[in-house]
Each structure stands twice: as structure tokens, then as C-alpha cells.
Design a protein around this ligand. Sequence first.
Ligand code: UDX
Length: 435
Amino acid sequence: MRISVIGCGYLGAVHAACMAELGHDVVGIDVDERKVAELSAGRAPFFEPGLPEVLQRATESGRLRFTTDMAEAAGAQVHFVAVGTPQTAGSHAADLTYVDAAVTGLLPHLADGDLVVGKSTVPVGTAARLGELVRASSDGADLAWNPEFLREGFAVQDTVSPDRFVYGVPAGQPGERATALLDEVYAKALATGTPRIVTDYATAELVKVSANAFLATKISFINAMAEIAEATGADVTQLADAIGHDARIGRRFLNAGLGFGGGCLPKDIRAFQARADELGLRSLDFLADVDAVNLRRRDRVVSLAEELVGTVSGSRIAVLGVAFKPDSDDVRDSPALDVARRLHAAGAHVAVFDPEANATAARLAPDLDYVADATAALRGADAVLVLTEWPEFRQLDPALVGELAAHRRVVDGRNVLDPAAWRAAGFEYRGLGRP
Ligand code: UDX
């Protein structure tokens, strides 16, 4: 099938490459010439495990190309919209500028019977509004909403074989047609038994934001327990293991630490709450607390560092990890980068090392001292902060770290180090919600 993908960021580039991998003939379209040039050369413009290999295979097979010209969408039967919906400056609502521009930009190039498929995360009500525009543009053209649940770091796997498909489609025969087209796009994954839920627009839009709100709530729940543990001497990691054995609760996404960041969860819970406010509903007021608990964890890590070094100003702090999570170079709303910047602002010399995110972080926070490896960050450090749980940081040898650092002090911002081993090596150890 011929497919166009509008927007080639973290979501769209992976989607375009994976659709070609599934055997479709794909054109990826983006306004960013640099990104298009990189992708056209078969190179991923960001770090995502497995993506370079898929891109290479797809471009070599001739089934995948990239362009800045929207007119090249003409001829595709299915057009995915995968542009960003960032937080609006000065408000919590989602900024729909890019989604609106992508859909209106597509309209002149649609042929009768084409299907526009929204993948971006949008406030409930958006698909109904855009569907009218698409249907008015050409005969039999229609719109479906097919939210994306991919996790960075697992984006290729999540796109090729997701947990489930959700199709938000119009009622009646147009909906059946849209469903049949999407079934053809995803035929390979459906053949392996992947569940698919066919529903209306509003439900499909809500599935995505409610999934992210639930995940954020789960993380903030365990971080709230970490606060209680800190006041009472309990250990939140053992508490998580114990409640996680209850299958109704489950252990995944119960890791207490520096909290959630990235390009999705923080802005999505804010936009969801803003939408509920617009609807005159108090239903999502609790998300303000979810957000607040999450942000307090950053304050906590900054104060643990202060407590360990005494005076931050003039101290040397090693920050290991600035990506918002491992296996990513993404630093959008990264809790780790936030902590590093705050310590720098308080007068510390902050030496930063991240296996993949030094360059992306340097673009946002150029004043920090980015170094080439963990050893360089650790040398002469008054305190060591592990802020992103990359495997190489989990496996650090405390004896070796102790030899490099000026003082044996460590903040385990992700609760991934063995406190006993670090204490045995003479470290003052501080975790989050751990004694
Ligand atoms: C998320 C959703 O998981 C995905 O389904 C959606 O499509 C996009 O948003 P992503 O942002 O890639 O994906 O990261 P995710 O793995 O969900 O982690 C989000 C943040 O939560 C990270 O900062 C991570 O460090 C943090 N986290 C996760 C915790 O603090 N504790 C946990 O137990 C799990």
C-alpha cells in the first residue's frame, strides 16, 4: 500500500521506517530540511535502538523516501499525521498548530477515498473537527484516529508489534471502510493476534491520554510513598516489590526515583487536565497533584546533593545521565537535566556524562561541563549523582568510583545502586525513599 507520514520526529520517523519494513511504499514528509537530509541518507536524526538498521534496509529497498514537499503525499491512500502537540507557551493546553497545519496542508493533495489517520496525541474533540475538514475536501476522503503508544527506547518494537491497536473511526459504512484500510496497513501484526479496538473518535483520543495519565499517576503514587518512606525510615523499593506481587497492582512502572519526564507524560497530563477544565469538569484535578509530586522529587535530589556537599557553590558535582530515561538521547523535560542545571545555577561545577544525550543536552543547557566519559565526570567529584539508569551506571564499581572522586558521596536518583555495596566502599549513600 502507498502511505505518507507527515512529521518525521521521534514518532513519525519510526512509523515511516516501520511501515516500509512491513512492506509498504512510504514517503515521509517534514518541514525540517536537515532532518529530511539525514533520513534520506538512511541515518536516524536521534538515538533510537534498532532504528538505524530499519532505516537502512527500508531506504535500500527503495520503499522509503523522505521529502519536504507536501505535494508528494499525492498518490498515497493512507496519510498518517505524526506531528508534535507540545505544551502551549504560558498555558497547560496542547498546541495544535502543527496538527492543524499538517491536515490543512494535506487537503489539496488528497484524492477521493483517501484516509487521513491521526497518530498525534490530541485533546478530545480534535478528530471530530478535523474529520469535517477532510470529508469536505474530496469525495469519500475520511479521517481516523489511531493513537500511538510507543515508548522511546523500544519504539521500533512497539510500532511493528504493539500491545494493541486502537482505531477511532466515523460511524457506519465510512467507519467500516477506514477499518478495512487500517487492517490492511497493519495486516502483519494483526495476523499474530494483536488485539484491536474499533471505536469512535472521542474514545480513541481518550484512550491515549488516559493511558499516559494512568502511567504518570502510577509513578507519582510510588514517589508519594517514597516521601512517606523518607519521613518514617521505610524502604520504598521493598514496598514496591511487595505491593507489586499483587497482580491487580503489578510491579511495572512502580520504580520510585527522580520521576517522569520526556516529550509525553508531563505535557500530556497537563493538556488532559486543561481539556477537562474547558469541559467544566473537576474530574482530573488530581493530576495537578500527580504533577506536583513528580516535580518535588527534583527538589529532593537537589537538597540531597546540598546536604552531602555542605556548600554547593564551588563544589564539583558529577552528574551521570541527563537523558529523561536510558536508551534515549531525549532531554525534553528531563528531570536529570533539570537537577544538573539547578546545581549549576547554585554555583556548583557540574561535570555531565551521558552515553547518548551529551549533545542534545548541550543544545538546551550549554553552560554545563560535558565530558567524554564517566571517568572524566567522576574525577575530583565532591558528590556523584546517578540521574539516568543507563546499564553502565548501574554496574559502576564503588571502589573505582571512590578512587576517582574527591569525596565518597553518592545520590542514587533512580534507586538502582546497591546501598550496602556503596556503603561498604565507604560512601555516604542517599537514595529516594530508601533509608
Ligand atoms: C510514554 C508512554 O509509556 C508511551 O506509551 C507513550 O506513547 C509516550 O509516553 P516514554 O515517554 O517513551 O513513553 O517513556 P516511559 O518509558 O513511559 O517513561 C516515562 C518517564 O517515566 C521516564 O522519565 C522514566 O524514567 C519515568 N519512570 C518510568 C519512572 O520514573 N518510574 C517508572 O517506574 C517508570
